[in-house]
Ligand binder design. Structure first.
Ligand code: FAD
Length: 259
């Protein structure tokens, strides 16, 4: 199978760099094809701005969604964006790999999403009417592909539990897993998270990578997170509110969107 790793760490000798190298080796050994988008090494431009739309009329007010739509439809995107889109379409599975920085992904990776997820490509697809909000949340360009986050944190695992001070890790990752991955159609696997990353020595690295190898072995067989599909009947139309009574007792917040 074909696997794209989008890697966001500036230091190749970091733990993230080591985990990236290990993932490439493990996936190659299993017979997969692997491409790495190493965002810092590529000098990825992190900000979405007018330079992304060189064919827009000079001096015109920049409407980002319209400009994105035109650039994608007309083949007028910058080559770096078009190349990342090609990689995404090529891949059967995508791994987003990053250290948790300020409770989210590093800015360079957010900027990759903002620039690569063009209108008409990753959003704004399908019928938009008073009956339907397009092909999203379980449908879209990446339907049939799998995705998984590989994340390291400084905080302890306990800090990210239900009552932990940082908030539950599933809640913190919800905007990425549900908003960025499930929205354009990926089937999203449970994340692979390394907590308290600074406390990694050779022995712990072996244990972490053994766990990671097991997760990679299940990349195409593990059951994905059971996020509810937008067009699967669980939401009222057009309000897109979850229908009353579908939740389990006590289920609330982001968890409502897991069947
Ligand atoms: P590194 O610091 O590179 O390495 C960690 C340890 O792994 C080191 O001891 C290193 O020697 C060891 N190691 C590396 N490679 C190997 C190998 N091959 N074999 C054995 N050992 C190895 N944390 C949070 O929990 N929440 C936050 O919101 C948060 N915000 C942050 C914001 C910023 C701007 C920064 C810089 C950090 C933040 N952190 C936060 C901490 C951050 O998540 C961790 O520092 C990061 O996850 C560690 O990953 P790394 O790849 O940078 O590790």
């Amino acid at each position: 199978m074909k696997i794209l790793i989008v890697h966001a760490h500036p230091e190749p000798r970091s733990l993230n760099g080591s985990l990236r190298d290990r993932m490439v080796a493990t996936l190659h050994a299993a017979g997969h094809e692997v491409v790495v988008s190493d965002l810092y090494a590529q000098g990825w431009k992190a900000t979405l701005d007018g330079a992304d739309f060189p064919t827009e009329p000079p001096g015109a007010r920049l409407d980002l969604i319209d400009a994105s739509h035109r650039a994608f439809a007309d083949g007028a995107q910058t080559p770096d964006v078009a190349e990342e889109q090609r990689r995404l379409l090529w891949a059967d599975a995508v791994l987003l790999q990053f250290p948790l920085w300020w409770f989210s992904m590093p800015a360079i990776l957010k900027g990759w999403v903002e620039r690569v997820y063009a209108h008409g490509f990753a959003y704004g697809v399908g019928e938009h009417s008073d009956r339907r909000w397009g092909d999203r949340y379980g449908e879209g360009v990446f339907a049939g592909k799998r995705a998984m986050l590989v994340v390291t944190t400084g905080g302890w695992a306990e800090h990210y539990l239900e009552r932990g001070i940082n908030g539950p890790i599933d809640d913190l990752l919800f905007p990425i897993q549900h908003g960025i991955l499930f929205y354009p159609g990926f089937s999203v696997l449970e994340p692979f998270v390394v907590y308290r990353a600074e406390r990694t020595d050779a022995a712990r690295f072996e244990a972490i990578t053994a766990d990671l190898d097991r997760r990679l072995a299940g990349l195409f067989t593990e059951a994905p997170i059971a996020y509810r599909r937008q067009n699967g009947g669980d939401y009222e139309i057009p309000s897109m509110k979850l229908k009353e009574g579908l939740e389990r007792a006590g289920q609330q917040g982001f968890r409502l969107h897991r069947a």
